[in-house]
Design a protein around this ligand. Sequence first.
Ligand code: NAD
Ligand code: MG
Length: 401
Amino acid sequence: MTMRRRISVLGATGSIGDSALDVVAQHPQRFDIVALTAHRQWEKLARLCVRFKPRMAAMLDADAAVKLERALRAAGMSTEVLAGVEGVCHAATMAEADTVLAAIVGAAGLQPTLAAARAGKRILLANKEALVIGGAAFMAAVREGAATLLPIDSEHNAIFQCLPPGYRGDPAGAGVARILLTASGGPFRTRAIEDLAHVTPSEACAHPTWVMGRKISVDSATMMNKGLEVIEAHWLFGAPRACIEVVIHPQSLVHSLVEYVDGSILAQLSNPDMRTPIAQALAYPERVASGVAPLNLAALGALTFEPADPIRFPCLQLAYDALDAQGTAPAILNAANEVAVAAFLDGTLGYLGIAAACAEALRRIPATPVNSLDDALDADAHSRAVTREWLRRMNAPRMTA
Ligand code: NAD
Ligand code: MG
């Protein structure tokens, strides 16, 4: 008999939240929503609460939580409303939930996702930044909490599907030669390099194949997203750096590939719609319809692949460098990138400044070993401070003689 899943959605108002709730709504007999959380979009969360009737809802922002509670009571609903990080962490750990969808954007997702791991939940992981920062500590929490980690980042979900069932984090033992992560190349793959200095946030967010939140859209344009995904793959699949390669595939139909020592390459293909990997992970090991149209291979014509240009995409190399440096380096890189992307989105930093800010943080802050999660969180805070200071200097009026 099919097990009924009781799901807590962290980051319910975002792009991944939308896709996940769309799949859930197609299978009311299989999936129950027990908690929904968001940052400050209380009106949208109120609508979702009315539709999915969770037991509890949490808003990071305390004022938004008050407004949400008022709106829900006016709608005659008794949904418990909590606020702050504690509220979000309660949604991640509550006994009523067996499954936690980790879809908060950025480092803010680390604490609740880690709490879900310690509580032994089945975690559907979209929040790659948690793994990039938390690394070994996060994976240890998954093991110690006997949690289950199912990747829903499309590339990692594809790799998961191409690895043998029961794969235990040992590529050599499973006969895996290489993991090949595909990247679309984003909106600037063919843009003249001289023009990149002038691209705007709306151009950077206009992804050619995927519809996503703004931060990850910018990360896709710079290919920092792929760099973070290399680090994510390293932790998820126990793969050494030399075993993880990136190839550009502009059609975004092959979501990643696994090459075996006998020369076989297995790939997962589907339309670029996050409902496919989300449905795969929600129902795993069973399968459910996702609402995504099937691929018409004959109509597609061609799938193309090309190498990533290191001059156009310096962020990818920075991520490999951070993985090589180990310790706190990935946390330093991720934090600098979050600060720089936010500055780019609010118009205070040019596009090329994103890679420059990340390189500067990695250069200025030496990587040190991570013996505890606090080491990684300290590095995150240090890198944010250094990057904000760098931004202030960049934006300070120039002294003239
Ligand atoms: P989004 O910006 O659309 O949504 C983010 C969600 O997180 C919102 O619900 C927001 O309210 C919540 N949130 C933001 N800051 C918060 C905070 N400080 N505390 C608590 N909640 C907070 O982002 P998204 O595109 O849905 O991406 C979510 C995560 O999934 C990211 O880590 C991203 O890298 C990953 N991901 C997204 C896609 C995609 O297609 N969108 C694909 C793969 C991976
Ligand atoms: Mg991805």
